[in-house]
Write a protein of this length. Structure first.
Ligand code: ARG
Length: 460
């Protein structure tokens, strides 16, 4: 086992099991790139304030860049006895450049180092996540525009309620994703403060320039309080919460896609390349991708609860507990990116069976509210109109006829206020076209809403 960077006060080597148990290098090595960037900024700051010479700085810079190349090409040997990504890289730097390597950690602790690394890492990952999110929104808006005139039943309680347009339904999903986007933006803005300089917990005695290292790393400013800096993981929890909500939205979307591809609904077709078959039932085409995404929300919600529970009751300042933040955080990032990619690729390729959705809207008396509104326009109070239409629906159920399939004479048995013009409102097109206001389902409104959504997307 290698010599520990902190070994000075110890009189026996670390227990083998404890070494493995306390190590994080197996999973935190994915922070290497940001760890090196953080070290480069710290070293440049130390040189600026005269703690390192410019010669020492160049040696450190060269050494760290060589290490980055070694890791990238898979030549770097990670050592569990060096515990984590930070000490692995620092030890390698000292191997390479000798005594100068040992000066890098001046005025720094792994506590402010790791807090910086995770923020930098998450900041980059957030940037990738919102790109995929935007790509999915683009797909939804395209689909909404294409299907702005396609009529389907709208549901409440999963019972046919009123006709809506397919495009309108897609734009509902887009609204959720737009809020998810702004939550990720909030999170990115709040996390962008630099903990470097907090050192272990109290700050450091060197004449450091925290503004300078913050600026080099693209942070808005240094964090305000050293104790908070090394212990805060709010940004990770906040990200997890935003991710949970995104996944909740994706699972709702998935549930509908799964329903809609079933033989009983048949509203849509998913491209074969996004589905799988059954090893026993030759006829099967299963919507595995939506099903899996519906399921993945479980692990993300679990990770959110892990992170909240990890932080709960922790005294100030840094505690080793926080090493447990990484695996949940990384898994959320991986999961969200994969799910967004799958849907961003798949959604534009959804095809809608417009005949089927139209036919479904015909069943279930989806224009009953339109008939009631028609009677109100003819002078009936709404409650009376509701009663009249209820009676005609009961008749329709008995006769197996939709309202639009009844003759004028039949309809007039329920109210003499009904005239020939009733058929304008009883048709599906009449129904959706009549909801002609901002946020309404009329195709005209859907097209305008899609255009506005696209304009907002293009402003990002
Ligand atoms: N691997 C540690 C973590 O992830 C780094 C910080 C350790 N600091 C310490 N004093 N042991 O939290």
């Amino acid at each position: 086992p290698s010599i520990k960077p902190w070994g000075g006060r110890f009189t026996e080597p670390t227990d083998q099991f404890v070494e493995r148990f306390t190590a994080s290098v197996s999973f935190d090595q994915r922070l290497y790139h940001h760890d090196i960037n953080g070290s480069l900024a710290h070293a440049a700051m130390l040189a600026k304030v005269g703690v390192l010479t410019t010669d020492e700085l160049s040696k450190i810079q060269e050494g760290l860049e060589e290490i980055r190349a070694e890791i990238l090409s898979g030549r770097f040997e990670w050592s569990v006895s060096l515990e984590d990504v930070h000490m692995n890289i620092e030890a390698r730097l000292t191997d390479k450049i000798g005594i100068t390597g040992k000066k890098l950690h001046t005025g720094r602790s792994r506590n402010d180092q790791v807090a910086t690394d995770i923020r930098l890492y998450l900041r980059d990952e957030l940037a990738l996540i919102v790109i995929e999110l935007s790509r999915l929104q683009q797909g939804l808006i395209t689909l909404a525009t294409r299907e702005a005139h396609t009529i389907m039943p709208g549901f409440t309680h999963l019972q046919t309620a009123q006709p809506v347009t397919f495009g309108h339904h897609m734009l509902a999903w887009n609204e959720m994703l737009e809020r998810d986007y702004s939550r990720f933006q909030d999170c990115a803005a709040r996390l962008n403060q630099c903990p470097l300089g907090a050192a272990a917990l109290a700050g450091t005695t060197y004449p450091i320039d925290r503004h300078y290292s913050a600026e080099l790393l693209g942070f808005d400013r240094p964090t305000e309080n050293s104790l908070d800096s090394v212990s805060d993981r709010d940004f990770a929890i906040e990200f997890a919460a935003a991710a949970s909500l995104l996944m909740t939205h994706m699972s709702r979307f998935s549930e509908e896609l799964v329903l809609w591809t079933s033989a009983q609904f048949k509203f849509i077709e998913l491209p074969d390349r996004f589905c799988t078959g059954s090893s026993i039932m030759p006829q099967k085409k299963n919507p595995d991708v939506p099903e899996l995404i519906r399921g993945k929300v479980g692990r993300v919600n679990g990770h959110l609860v892990s992170l909240l529970t990890l932080m709960k009751s922790q005294p100030l300042a840094y505690n080793k507990d926080n090493q447990e933040d990484k695996e949940p955080l990384f898994d959320i990032i991986d999961t969200v990116k994969d799910c967004l990619k799958a849907y961003a690729d798949m959604v534009p390729a959804i095809t809608v069976n417009a005949d089927v959705t139209r036919e479904a809207a015909m069943r279930g008396f989806s224009t009953a509210t339109d008939l009631a509104d028609y009677l109100v326009r003819k002078g009936l109070p709404f409650r009376d109109a509701h009663e009249v239409v209820g009676k005609s629906v009961a008749y329709g159920i008995a006769e197996n006829k939709d309202l639009s399939e009844m003759s004028l004479a039949e309809l007039q048995t329920f109210s003499t206020d009904i005239e020939q013009d009733v058929f304008d409102v009883l048709t599906l097109e009449g129904s959706v076209n009549a909801r002609d206001h901002i946020g309404g389902t009329a195709p005209k409104q859907v097209l305008a809403a899609a255009e506005r959504a696209l304009a907002r997307l293009n402003l990002r």
